[in-house]
Design a protein around this ligand. Structure first.
Ligand code: C2E
Ligand code: CA
Ligand code: CA
Length: 344
């Protein structure tokens, strides 16, 4: 460990290479030679390599020692990746829905969140397969399924009075959005289902706004022309500048849940939340806070002027039938409360 730390520390300073100053952040993988392990040099290198990737994943500038768990994890990942290929055709994906509330605590929309019902492993959360699908390119197909499904759901809701005015937010991955036919595809799905385009909201993450800005703007503009809305997800975690934001025609900013979580623990986070809300107001964007878990967070966010909320405080994401029941139950409750208020 001492040796690793020395190497990492040595790279903290720039170094000269061919008259240029270079900076680098090393990731070190270590495999120890021992009598139980196969002594082949190849095997040792393979293990060190695996440990190095782990070190990279952990955020670079560090080191990791190989352990057998890494190998199990890797094998599981490879198996999962293979299973992902059949998941779409075998219709193993589902959408769950997490309600979004306004300041009056009425449900105004929902976020569609994907889950994978694996035949052997049970329900798999997106954190375990979305990154993988992004690097293998399968996200394009998966994202297409999600959009198609979301449009079908909106169509079903359009016939139900308590559900017809809900706006459904759909997560769109960078790779999917950058497909040359993305705009046509969305337009086609909207036209074919005949849904109200304003009920569909696409969530783009702040981190994807770094490259291809002109393409992003052109696509957003084309889709907004037909009425589709846009939300900027995980806001506050990326580096979007103000001048950028002004050019991107978003309808909504979503405050990243990390700020909401720590808002009551430190002044810094509260100032960030406050700044995001003011920014939203000055750019005339709705601000939604996600990851709202407590009454105290909800109160403070409301006080600061946040307009919409989503989080475990209200409910976790729900399977479609449960979500529909949830909305119907809540609309009933709200109507009763209003009637009571009028009587008093
Ligand atoms: P996200 O877009 O930031 O979604 C919010 C995540 O926060 C969801 O996790 C949701 O279940 C969780 N969450 C909601 N309320 C709370 C709360 O009060 N506290 C905490 N701690 N968490 C809360 P989930 O469903 O596991 O999704 C994780 C991520 O996977 C999403 O993050 C999104 O980036 C990605 N994802 C989900 N569905 C899709 C999809 O259809 N397409 C793409 N490309 N990505 C998706
Ligand atoms: Ca999202
Ligand atoms: Ca988010």
């Amino acid at each position: 460990r001492l040796v690793c730390e020395k190497i990492v520390a040595a790279f903290e300073n720039p170094f000269n290479l061919n008259h240029y100053q270079h900076y680098t952040s090393p990731s070190i993988g270590v495999a120890l030679f021992d009598y139980d392990a196969p002594s082949l040099a190849e095997e040792l290198l393979r293990r060190a390599d695996m440990a190095m990737y782990k070190a990279k994943e952990a955020g670079r500038n560090g080191y990791q020692f190989f352990d057998t768990l890494m190998e199990t994890e890797l094998l599981q990942r490879v198996a999962l990746e293979a299973d992902l290929h059949i998941a779409i055709e075998a219709q193993q994906f589902q959408l769950h829905f997490q309600p979004q509330y306004n300041q009056q605590h009425e449900i105004v929309g929902a976020e569609a969140l994907i889950r994978w019902q694996h035949p052997e492993r049970g329900l798999i959360m997106p954190s375990q397969f979305i990154t993988m699908a992004e690097s293998s390119g399968q996200i394009v197909q998966i994202g297409h399924w999600v959009l198609q499904k979301a449009c079908q759901v909106l169509l079903q809701w359009s016939a139900r009075p308590q559900l017809r005015s809900l706006v459904l937010s759909v997560n769109v991955s960078p790779k999917q959005y950058l497909q040359p036919d993305f705009v046509q595809e969305v337009k086609r799905m909207v036209t074919e289902t005949g849904i109200h385009p304003g009920r569909l909201k696409l969530e783009l993450t702040e981190s994807m706004l770094v490259d291809n800005v002109e393409d992003i703007i052109a696509k957003m503009t084309a889709l907004r022309e037909v009425g589709v809305c846009f939300s900027l997800d995980d806001f506050g975690t990326g580096y979007s500048s103000l001048s950028y934001l002004k050019r991107l025609p978003f309808d909504q900013l979503k405050i990243d849940q990390s700020f909401v979580r720590d808002m009551l623990n430190g002044h810094d986070h509260q100032s960030i939340v406050n700044a995001i809300i003011s920014l939203g107001q000055s750019l005339q964007l709705e601000v939604l806070a996600e990851g709202v878990e407590t009454d105290a967070q909800l109160r403070l966010l409301t006080e600061l002027g946040c307009q919409a909320f989503q989080g475990y405080y209200f409910t976790r994401p729900l399977a479609i039938e449960l979500f529909e029941q949830w909305v119907e139950h809540n609309t009933g409750k709200a109507a009763k409360a209003r009637a009571l208020e009028q009587m008093l």
